[in-house]
Design a protein around this ligand. Structure first.
Ligand SMILES: [Zn+2]
Length: 322
């Protein structure tokens, strides 16, 4: 017998349920991601559970083939809002499906401990253990992708709120008479700075007669608008400037509400908008946040990229004591 515990080479089977793909992988204790699999995210709730299971089985059989490893636990990172007790995704505007119960069918199919956690929360723990928030006890992780959400960690503990809705800053109103949001309000942060909102604004600009680069695009996405803006297209520049201003205003509110030392910004749209998105937020916080210390809040780009929601699974298992 050696002193190496089973835990020493333990792996967690991580699943990330995204708007376009369900992805799975094995994650080592040190955060290394391997044995990947993925499926397109189906629109139907029952098909979504099947896609998650197919990915789990895929990664599990890859693990078996490479040395007979068995995962210790399964961690599913799912988009919010999330019913943590039931392990179910509540009706999600960005997923297109009604409520999706994940925990129950997964428990019926797998004989492993299973955790279903909000994707931003998993990513936040990933960044804390392996990425840009290493050692931070008071920080926020903000994702800017199709929508916008945040994970709040204070005193080393995840703040979930009475109804699991803490951190839903995508629906903070930043322009009271702004564009309508799927949630029923107007001018929510994500309608202006989220990927879907940016794409919608670009389509509206074309409908309103904007020519230039935007009119040339068939199926416009936020990243195309960012590229067009960077190339000097006036209509695209106006949309991106407004998105950055909205994001900066949202970050001032986040700083005033939670007083984090550090804000990590991740997500595909944040990557597409690049450093200027963070710089505008830094400047707005330096000018408008309440209190000198808050005005010095550090903004940093996420380090783990698309893998944050997978790598974080190893951190979640440790933090939750699964
Ligand atoms: Zn909203």
């Amino acid at each position: 017998m050696t002193a190496t515990s089973a835990r020493g080479d333990a792996v967690v089977l991580a699943v990330d349920v995204g708007g376009t793909h369900v992805r799975s992988a094995a994650v080592a204790q040190g955060g290394a991601v391997s044995h990947r699999s993925r499926r397109r995210t189906p629109p139907d709730a029952r098909d979504l559970v099947q896609a998650v299971l197919a990915c789990v089985h895929d990664t599990a059989s890859q693990l078996r083939l490479s040395g007979g490893l068995t995962p210790d636990a399964v961690v599913v990172a799912a988009p919010g809002p999330l019913d943590r007790t039931a392990g179910a995704i509540e009706a999600s505007a960005n997923l297109g499906a009604p409520r999706v119960a994940l925990l129950e069918p997964l428990r019926a199919a797998l004989s492993l401990p299973i955790v279903v956690e909000k994707d931003v929360d998993v990513a936040a723990f990933g960044e804390r253990e392996f990425g840009a928030a290493r050692g931070a006890d008071d920080f926020a992780y903000v994702t800017v992708s199709t929508g916008i959400g945040a994970a709040i960690v204070l005193g080393g503990r995840l703040v979930t709120g009475a109804h699991g809705l803490a951190g839903e800053i995508g629906h903070a109103p930043v322009e009271l008479d702004g564009p309508p949001c799927a949630c029923g309000n107007r001018g929510c942060l994500e309608t202006l700075a989220g990927g879907a909102g940016i794409a919608r604004a670009a389509r509206a600009a074309v409908t309103d007669g904007a020519g230039g680069a935007l009119a040339q695009l068939d199926d416009v996405e936020a990243i195309d608008v960012a590229h067009a803006a960077a190339a000097g297209d006036a209509a695209a520049e106006a949309i991106i400037t407004r998105a950055r201003a909205a994001f900066a205003a949202g970050m001032v509110s986040l700083v005033n509400a939670f007083d984090p030392a550090l804000i990590i910004v991740g997500g595909g749209v944040a990557r597409g908008l690049g450093e200027p998105l963070l710089e505008d937020a830094r400047q707005a916080v330096a000018r408008h946040a309440y209190g000198a210390a808050a005005r010095a809040t550090i903004f940093r780009a996420a380090a783990l990229g698309d893998d944050a929601g997978l790598a974080g699974a190893a951190a979640v298992v440790r933090a939750w004591g699964v």
